[in-house]
Every structure is written in C-alpha cells, then in structure tokens.
Design a binder for this molecule. Structure first.
Ligand code: HEM
Length: 510
C-alpha cells in the first residue's frame, strides 16, 4: 500500500506529465491538424506565440521586420503565429479591409490597450457599427471645414511659440511641439476643453512620454493582457515604483474621466464654446444618440475618449514631423513647395485657407509622401472575416482567421513606390491623374469600415500647419540624423526611431 509520502511525490510528477502531454498535443495539433497547417511559415511560429513574443518583447518591436523577412523566404502569405496569417500583396488590401463585407477585429490585437469598450477595440462588426455611427457626422469633411478657424487659431499659437524660439535661437523639439498642437486640437474638438499644452514653456514632455509609454507597453500587454487588471488593482505608490509608465496612463485616464464627467453633468457646457463655436463634442453626440444606455456609461465614454485623444495626437504629430524633416532634408523639394505657397498665399502672415491649400498639387503631393513615409501605425492591422472564407491567389483562408497587412510593407513596395525610401513628392504630382490612382496604395489611415475616423481632421491639420509654417519660416535641421532620428527601427504600434534618437530638432533662420 503506497504511503502518504509516496502520494506527495506522485502529484508533482502527475502535474508535470499532464502539462507536458497538453503542450505536446497542442503543438502537434497546431503543426499538423489546424486549419492553418497548410500555410507556409516557420514551424516555431506555428507552434507557439513565444516566437512572436521574442521579437516583440525581448528584441523590442522587431516582429514587423521579421515578418518582412519571412515573406522573402515563404512568399506573399505566411503563417506568423498559431492563429494568424500575414499577407504582403498590395492588391489584397481592399479585399481584406473591405467596406462592404463584414470584418471583425482580432482580440489578441485589441487586448493590448485595455480599452475593450472603445470603438477602436470593438471586435464584432455589428457592435462596432453601432458605436461608430453617432461619431461619423462629427468627423465628416463638412464638420472639419467648420473647424478651420479653430485649427488655424492653434496653428497661430504654435507659430507664436516658434517666434519665441526664433528670438532665443534655441532648437525646437519638433515632435513634442507638434504633439502639443495636435493634442490641443483634438481635446478642444472632442472634449470642448483645450488642454493648452502649447502654453507649456517645456511643451508638456510628460504628455509625449505618456503616449509613447502607452504604445510601448502594447508589445508586452499583447502577450500578457491580464497584467492590466493586476496592475490596476495595485495602489498608486506601488505602481509608480514597479511600472512608472503605467502611472502616466492611469493619470491620463483620471483626467479624462473628470473632463467627461463634467460633460455628462453639463458643467462644461460653456467651456470653450463661446470662443470657438464648438457646441457639440464627441461625447455630446454619443450621449444624445439612440445607442442603448449601457453604451453611455462613464467607463465606456472614457475608453472612447482615450482612443480619440490618443489616436488623434501622436499619429498626426508624427506625420507632421516626418514631412517637415524630409522637406528640410531635400532643399530642392522645399524650394518647389515654397514657390507654390508664395503664389497661393501672397500674405505670409494671413491664415491659410483650407479650400485653397487643399487644392495645391505640390503641397498635396508632399503630404501624401509624408504620410507614406510616416506609415500611420507601424504594426500590422489584422481583420477577421466572420462568415465567409477569403480567397488569396490559390489559397482559401478559413472563416474567422485573423489576417494582417502592414502599411510599412505596402509603402515600401518597390513596384508601386520605386526608390521607396526616398522622399519624392513628384511620384504623386507628376502622375496624369495627380496621383489619385496611387492613393489606393497609401494606407496610413487603413481602409474599409474600420478605417481611421479622424482622417479628415488629420489631413486638415497637416494642410493648414504645413502651409503656414513653410510659408512663414525658414527652418534648418539641428543635430538631426535620418538613420538615428527618423527611420523606423522599432514597431511599438506607433513607429519609433532608434533608441539613441534625440528627436527631430530645428532652428529658425528667418
Ligand atoms: C496622420 C494622422 C492619423 C493616422 C495616420 C491615423 C491612423 C489610424 C489607423 C491606421 C486606424 C485604424 C486602426 C486599426 O485598424 O486598428 C485609426 C483608427 C482610429 N483613429 Fe486615426 N489616425 C490619425 C489621426 C487621427 C485623428 C486626428 C483622430 C481623432 C480625432 C483619430 C481617431 C481614430 C479613431 C477613433 C480610430 C478608431 C476607429 C474605429 O475603429 O472605428 N485618428 N487611425
């Protein structure tokens, strides 16, 4: 008869054997019996998510570059994880990001931000449609046209900060300055309460750090999404020591919560509205819409606010920074743009008119080229077809399979964009149709039903800010190197330059 001691020994052995059998059978299933087993790709990636985790976490945002290598080896469709495929073929983008067929998002991707109730993170296409519908009118082209004086007011404020730097001769940290501008625009529009970061003499560096930290954490959180809950349950003092970056995010959520609570209570009705004519915010639209009451809770509105403010700030600032850098790095292109602006805007101090600057062919080409080289999000965007198989060349992709595509690969497709790493606005402006057919392959804002809702706002900011700045100032790069400070080196959801980057800085010559 076994003794109590023997039984104590048996349990750990049994546990190890059970876990080993489970792991073994899971790997065998993934490699030989999964509906994705027929797709090409590395065996290790098909066997375990740890393959991706290694490139995401240990190598700090390198999986996108690894996927590019995998396509060279395995062809245009690759199995990049036990559950996910990736396609590198620009002609498939419209089909994957369909406008007409239902497309869900992939839980693994959206879990990285801990905002499951936002429209951005909504997985089901029907629920997404319901959440997005009340927001659409606020981001239409017409609504954004009405916002022109507000954007121009903030462009002026940005220029007055530039004037201060012109006097002092100090270099301007461009990404941070632009980030204050884009955040002031998006908070004024979405919260009816401008955060006035442009007023901060230091350009609110904590805000930039918050956005960067939120994006950087995604690479880890994707793999351990439960960590959010664990961290949130800890006291602030402990979080500040163990995860100081997370504290930035928590503080941001708290400040949004109080802003949105004020909107719910009606206490900010006056807010900025008198000055800027912003009578309705994103949250008024949501609160007044006929979506069910559970969709109007403070918690959900805060998550929606986090996306609108977070998505609207850094992406646009990055596009502005990248475009400014490339113009200053290519004096011939800059001279061409300035000639166009001088004719269209005879008074260099008058506010730019959106209806005028949007029609300038070279500026439009410069902006397209800046958007191309800033990518939008550097990470792959996966879509799931919930009801129908997708067809890609000779492949049939099973229903419910997440399939990703990446703007970085689209925008560096040498057949579509030859010499793709060079800044060449002429690739747009010298097309017979002004580059319109090429825009099919410009996917910084993604496409289809889950496309960026803020695209019209972002484009208006780009046109107004760049036209004004390059009409008014003569800038020079300051201690800025393309390889160190601009080129994409880490895909942390948002594109990041090298770890040694000092940021793009400029001085004002005149
Ligand atoms: C150059 C600037 C911008 C770029 C490149 C950009 C890019 C993107 C991309 C690629 C997506 C799709 C993400 C996905 O599929 O998971 C997206 C979604 C989104 N963006 Fe933007 N964005 C920009 C500016 C803005 C602005 C100014 C706002 C806000 C006012 C904004 C608000 C949003 C929201 C709310 C979503 C989620 C939409 C949904 O899921 O229905 N973005 N953006």
């Amino acid at each position: 008869m076994p003794s109590v001691y023997d039984r104590q020994v048996e349990w750990p052995v049994l546990a190890v054997v059970t876990v080993s059998l489970y792991l073994f059978s899971t790997v065998v299933y993934r490699l030989y019996f999964s509906p994705l087993a027929k797709f090409p790709g590395p065996r290790l990636a098909a066997a375990t998510l740890m393959y991706e985790a290694y490139y995401d976490v240990v190598k700090q945002g390198q999986y996108t570059f690894k996927i590019k290598e995998l396509h060279k080896k395995y062809g245009p469709i690759v199995r990049i994880s036990p559950y996910e495929l990736h396609v590198d073929d620009p002609e498939f983008y419209d089909e994957l990001m369909s406008r007409t067929s239902p497309r869900d998002k992939y839980k693994y991707y959206v879990d990285q931000f801990g905002i499951p109730k936002s429209s951005f993170s909504t997985i089901d296409h029907r629920l997404h449609r319901m959440r997005r519908q009340p927001l659409n009118p606020l981001f239409s082209k017409q609504s954004i046209f009405r916002l022109e004086p507000t954007i121009n007011g903030l462009v002026e404020k940005l220029c007055s900060r530039f004037d201060e730097f012109k006097k002092s001769g100090q270099p301007i940290p461009l990404r941070i300055a632009y980030s204050c501008f884009t955040t002031d625009v998006v908070t004024l529009y979405s919260l009816n309460k401008c955060w006035n970061f442009l007023d901060d003499p230091e350009f609110s560096p904590v805000w930039c750090a918050t956005i960067k930290a939120t994006a950087d954490m995604g690479n880890l959180m994707k793999h351990v999404p439960w960590l959010f809950g664990v961290i949130m349950s800890l006291p602030d003092a402990v979080i500040s020591i163990i995860f100081p970056d997370m504290m930035l995010l928590i503080n941001w959520r708290r400040s949004l919560t109080s802003h949105i609570q004020a909107i719910i209570d009606g206490s900010n009705e006056k807010g900025e509205k008198d000055g800027d004519g912003l009578s309705r915010t994103v949250f008024h639209s949501l609160l007044e819409s006929d979506i069910p009451a559970e969709e109007k809770t403070l918690d959900r509105l805060v998550q929606e606010g986090q996306v609108v403010v977070g998505a609207g700030a850094d992406t646009t600032a990055h596009a502005l920074t990248t475009t400014t850098f490339h113009l200053l790095d290519n004096p011939d292109k800059l001279a061409k743009l300035r000639r166009e602006l001088e004719i269209a805007m005879p008074d260099r101090y008058a506010p730019a008119k959106l209806s005028v600057v949007e029609q300038l062919p070279y500026l439009a080409a410069v902006i397209n080229e800046g958007l191309r080289l800033s990518y939008g999000l550097s990470t792959r965007l996966a879509r799931v077809s919930p009801k129908e198989e997708l067809r890609f060349k000779e492949w049939t992709i099973p229903i419910q399979t997440p399939v990703g595509m990446t703007s970085v690969m689209m925008h560096h497709n040498e057949t579509i964009f030859p010499d793709s790493y060079s800044f060449i606005p002429e690739r747009w402006s010298e097309q017979p149709d002004g580059g319109r057919s090429l825009e099919k392959y410009l996917v910084s804002f993604a496409k289809g039903t889950r496309q960026c809702i803020g695209m019209n706002l972002a484009r208006a900011e780009l046109f107004l800010a760049l036209a004004t700045i390059f009409r008014r100032y003569d800038l020079d790069l300051y201690d800025t190197k393309r390889a160190r400070d601009i080129d994409l080196r880490h895909d942390n959801f948002l594109p990041q330059a090298s770890l040694e980057s000092r940021g793009v800085r400029v001085v004002i010559k005149g």
